[in-house]
Design a binder for this molecule. Structure first.
Ligand code: IMP
Ligand code: MG
Length: 183
């Protein structure tokens, strides 16, 4: 699949930012990092939907220790490319978080608003630990985030990115690579 195959009306892709092989290698390395970081205790990996679904599926298969998987659904941008700052939980794990290590998996950190809100919500649940793993970090939120992002796939350029789970108005999530969107 090449960017040229994916023109949608006037919205095309500018180019591939992180290729399929690059992502595969980085996810394998992250899996090893995470495996080493959690010596014992229950680990619950929580994917923030929908953006993390492909990353989460690849990541958990690269983690060599017992773990459980669940999801969070938070309301987000709608179809706009700009964060509204409003975050509501539409679905959360049924199991109690108390006493477990929680690894929250995000697709991309932009303003950090979503994450800060989730850190507040999850931080109140008496988990043993709460860490964040993001495929992409634009590093615009480093100063405002209440919890440092412990595991980062790639430092991302300050552009709107799509693919490997990330969407623009629900399009492009299925791309096996990360691309930038043309103006
Ligand atoms: P934040 O609250 O501004 O950090 O935004 C986080 C959420 O906005 C991410 O989980 C994505 O769903 C979405 N988002 C932010 N930047 C991008 C982007 O470049 N491409 C696609 N989605 C994005
Ligand atoms: Mg989105």
């Amino acid at each position: 699949m090449s960017p040229a195959d994916l023109r949608l009306g006037s919205r095309g892709l500018r180019g591939v930012v992180f290729s399929e092989p690059q992502i595969r290698q980085r996810v394998a390395d992250l899996g090893e990092e995470i495996t080493r970081a959690y010596p014992e205790g229950d680990l619950l990996v929580i994917g923030l939907l929908k953006g993390s679904f492909i990353f989460l599926a690849d990541l958990v298969r690269a983690i060599r220790r017992p773990l459980q998987v669940d999801f969070l659904v938070a309301s987000s941008y709608g179809s706009a490319s700009v964060s509204s700052g409003e975050v509501r939980l539409l679905y959360e794990p049924a199991v109690p978080l108390r006493g477990r290590h929680i690894l929250l998996v995000e697709d991309i950190i932009d303003t950090g608003r979503t994450l800060n809100r989730l850190i507040d919500l999850l931080g109140a649940r008496s988990a043993k630990s709460l860490e964040i793993c993001a495929l992409l970090d634009k590093h615009l939120a480093d100063e405002v985030l209440k919890t440092k992002v412990r595991f980062v796939g790639f430092d991302a350029p300050h552009e709107f990115l799509v693919g490997y789970g990330l969407d623009h108005a629900e399009d492009f999530r299925h791309l096996p690579f990360v691309a930038s969107l043309a103006e």
